[in-house]
Design a protein around this ligand. Structure first.
Ligand SMILES: [Zn+2]
Length: 54
């Protein structure tokens, strides 16, 4: 577990989504980041990235 606020992690592109609320789009798990509300997808366990072009 991390003691850093999620909002701080979001600022360095380390998002976190509630895995109980994500959906499978056929390629990745997709959901909303709990820290910033952005659409994110999972690239690896506990690693989420912003969805769409950056
Ligand atoms: Zn975030």
């Amino acid at each position: 577990m991390s003691i850093l606020p999620q909002a701080l992690l979001c600022s360095v592109n380390k998002h976190r989504a509630d895995r109980h609320k994500v959906t499978w789009d056929g390629v990745h798990y997709v959901g909303k980041c709990e820290g910033c509300g952005a659409e994110v997808y999972r690239i690896a366990p506990k690693q989420w990235r912003l969805l769409g072009p950056q």
